[in-house]
Design a binder for this molecule. Structure first.
Ligand code: MOS
Length: 766
């Protein structure tokens, strides 16, 4: 999973990738783009017959009733007013709630084990967070259900002392649990002693605020129970998910079904950023409502409810201490993190992860603790470890550069490790130095004054800042089916996801190059558990996992096709290792002689030939990460506390860029979200009520066009076949990493004041 070890082998470069059809790398436009901008793309909540090919006769609508207290219990639910309202059909409460088993969730990750409107049959419900679903109203229309839900009166016995802000539980010693892989705790040498003895020392406390993901499409589920051909129960679900197979196994476990009895469909994910990586209680609630009503039910989480039931980014407190020699060479790195999790389940952002690999140092101590608060379960949010975790590290590096009288780019160059500094493994392909140097050159970094507060433009103080970017090259077990038809067309199927990134378009290009056919002949289909297993589309892992499975499938297709090679053809007797796909043919590599693919299919006497391909991560001899550098220029108006981004440049090294238009879009998206992380996004907690106060898009500030200047993206094009069989590494998350630190560093350079709390907001700058 997210922090698991990676594959065993280093892969030889693809013989044909990027040299035959040349499909890889081309800036193809997302083929789903038109459907989206014309409004014909059917998102989950729109798959109701009016906007989608399938329809669900008798579809009812459910709206959840969320708890308004954070800790205590429900003493009574009065639905008399709601039940009298036109269109209201049912009220779901623990009293009539269908029985289910709360699923354990993906291995190693605690599930939000808070049963919605449950536990079924219980006299009273325990409340552990505000926003917990205590009941639901089922009605003929969404409007009737919403009005009904608002009319339900819930009485509580509230515990006046909920556990709330991160500071209040900071004394906790609990080690983070259910992190996938090693807990981020390690000590090499004696880091504190080396720190005490260091010539140069930075030792600071940092804070990052909680964030909410705010996808434009809130979480939604359409649940339909039915009967299978064998008379057994079936469950068909439309769900907003980055994890079709994970949702299927969770639902199967919940309702005592076999996975094959459950179907999950998600053709378009309307934004996710990690918030749809695990199944959330709204899916269980929708299924409960469908069972109770005996009809298909659609349940859409409202924007407000999205703040209380579907995950968020944990606040953090962190200490980073750096010791160095006079020349800036690090002698010690200490990084301690403190995060929160929910009362019942475990999730913790592994904030010290990047500190394992970024810089060389003989002494290093990494540690993390977490505490429990009365909120919903925190979850992955774009670069869950690195976005909060690199803020203190990269700000501290800037402070060390100041202490050493060094340029911050130069300081980083002086601390470049030869191999992974904690495992000793070689990097699969690092390129951090090249990203720093190429980025600095294009950004025009060279003439930057070392001292702060040196530049002005009218009322604006001008400053520039830099920070590292990095993200691990994760992969998840993935299977694909690859088919060549008699007409020469190619079809690839995988239960992976379209998060807005252009998954299908990119994989059509990959399959095209693997099979030596034009990309226009390939159709890639995704979005349903009817297709072979895809992994969670998180951890920036989809492209390399799916593409690598396609490479395996293409190899297997060689064997399938060779079986049908006529005895008198150049392919007769050839082994899969001897042949290559090229220019629409399968040819003997040496002689370049062979047969068109469609001729081989015809020889088989079938309409098409298919092969299953798979990819699975395992142990690796390499330390596999993407790297990059972010440069920003800000203007600061101290009177109004305004920080405006004037320019930003990101330079990245992520292996093969399979589509340069969509790749650029991914980097841009990460950088824009970084502006949110560094300057705007914070969810405020009311410390008396343990409730989020700005639970809407008017008060939760995300970057809008006026906040985003021209952004410059560049990359080092250098396929990394040590990292994946297609030379690609993830690009979805690296763009956000380090942007918040680069911004805080630029604010210091403009004003001479350090801000160690993220985001840097106007009241801090004034
Ligand atoms: Mo990403 S936060 O791993 O969906």
């Amino acid at each position: 999973m997210f922090f698991a070890d990676q594959p065993d082998t280093a892969f030889a470069p693809l013989p044909r990738l990027a040299d035959d059809t040349g499909a890889v790398g081309k800036p193809r436009t997302r083929r789903t783009g038109r459907a989206k901008v014309t409004g014909t793309a059917a998102y989950t909540a729109e798959r109701d017959g009016k906007h989608s090919p399938e329809s669900f006769p008798g579809l009812l609508h459910a709206v959840a009733v969320p708890a308004t207290i954070a800790k205590g219990r429900v003493t009574a639910i009065d639905a008399s007013a709601a039940e009298a309202m036109a269109g209201v059909r049912h009220l779901l409460t623990p009293a009539n709630s269908p029985k289910l088993k709360v699923p354990s969730g993906p291995p190693g990750l605690g599930f939000q084990s808070v049963e919605p409107a449950g536990p079924a049959g219980a006299e009273s419900q325990e409340i552990v967070h505000a926003g917990q679903y205590v009941a639901a109203v089922i009605a003929d229309t969404f409007e009737a259900a919403r009005d009904g839900a608002l009319a339900v009166k819930v009485s509580y016995e509230a515990d006046p002392n909920p556990l709330i802000a991160v500071e209040s539980v900071n004394g906790t010693q609990e080690r983070p649990k259910s992190l996938m892989g090693d807990p981020p705790v390690m000590e090499e040498g004696d880091a504190e002693a080396a720190l005490r003895e260091a010539t140069l020392r930075v030792d600071q406390q940092f804070k990052t605020d909680p964030n909410h993901h705010n996808p434009i499409e809130p979480h939604a589920t359409i649940a339909v129970f039915g009967k299978g051909e064998d008379g057994g129960e079936t469950l068909s679900v439309r769900d907003t998910t980055q994890n079709l197979y994970g949702t299927r196994s969770s639902l199967a476990e919940a309702f005592g079904l076999k996975p094959e009895q459950v179907e999950v469909v998600c053709e378009y994910v309307g934004g996710a950023f990690g918030s749809k990586g695990v199944m959330w209680p709204q899916a269980l609630l929708a299924c409960k409502c469908a069972k109770l009503a005996g009809a298909p039910v659609k349940l859409v989480v409202t924007r407000r409810q999205l703040y209380g039931g579907t995950g968020y980014r944990s606040p953090t407190l962190q200490r980073v201490a750096l010791g160095a020699k006079e020349d800036g060479t690090l002698t010690s790195i200490v990084h301690e993190g403190f995060t929160v999790t929910s009362i019942r389940d475990d999730y913790s952002d592994a904030v010290v992860m990047a500190t394992k690999i970024l810089y060389a140092a003989p002494n290093r101590r990494l540690a993390q603790r977490m505490g429990r608060v009365n909120t919903q379960l925190p979850t992955f949010m774009r670069a869950p470890a690195e976005t909060p975790g690199m803020f203190p590290l990269e700000c501290a590096m800037d402070e060390l550069a100041e202490a050493a009288g060094l340029d911050p780019v130069e300081l980083r160059l002086r601390n470049e490790p030869k191999e992974d500094p904690t495992t000793g493994k070689p990097f699969s392909n690092r390129q951090f130095v090249r990203c720093l140097q190429a980025g600095a050159e294009r950004f025009g970094w060279a003439d930057r004054p070392l001292q702060p507060r040196q530049r002005r433009d009218g009322r604006w103080l001008i400053g520039t800042g830099v920070a590292a970017a990095t993200y691990p090259a994760f992969g998840f077990p993935t299977e694909v089916e690859l088919t060549i038809r008699a007409d020469g067309g190619v079809r690839a199927l995988c239960a992976t996801h379209e998060l807005g990134t252009g998954t299908a378009t990119v994989q059509e290009q990959t399959a095209a190059d693997l099979l030596g056919v034009p990309a226009g002949r390939v159709t890639f289909e995704l979005g349903t558990t009817a297709y072979p297993k895809g992994g969670v589309s998180g951890g920036s892992a989809t492209t390399l996992s799916v593409g690598s499975a396609l490479r395996d499938a293409a190899e297997k297709l060689k064997a399938a096709l060779l079986k049908h090679a006529p005895k008198d053809s150049p392919l007769a007797g050839a082994k899969p290792a001897d042949v290559t796909f090229a220019s629409g043919k399968l040819v003997v590599t040496e002689s370049e002689k062979g047969l068109p693919l469609e001729d081989l299919i015809e020889q088989s006497g079938r309409e098409e030939l298919s092969a299953r391909g798979s990819y699975a991560p395992g142990k690796s001899d390499y330390s596999k990460h993407s790297f990059g550098a972010t440069f920003v220029e800000v203007g600061v108006d101290e009177e109004f506390g305004l920080v405006r981004v004037r320019r930003m440049l990101g330079c990245y090294a992520c292996g093969t860029i399979l589509n340069r238009k969509l790749g650029r879009s991914q980097f841009l998206g990460g950088m824009v979200m970084g502006i949110g992380s560094g300057l705007l996004e914070v969810t405020h907690h009311d410390t008396r009520l343990a409730r989020w106060t700005n639970d809407n898009l008017a008060e939760y500030h995300v970057p809008v066009n006026a906040d985003v200047p021209d952004l410059d993206v560049m990359w080092i094009d250098d396929p990394d076949f040590n990292a994946s069989p297609i030379g690609a590494k993830g690009i979805g998350e690296i763009g956000i990493t380090g942007v918040n630190a680069a911004l805080a560093n630029a604010v210091w350079h403009a004003t001479g004041r350090r801000h160690r709390s993220c985001p840097v907001t106007p009241e801090m700058v004034m």
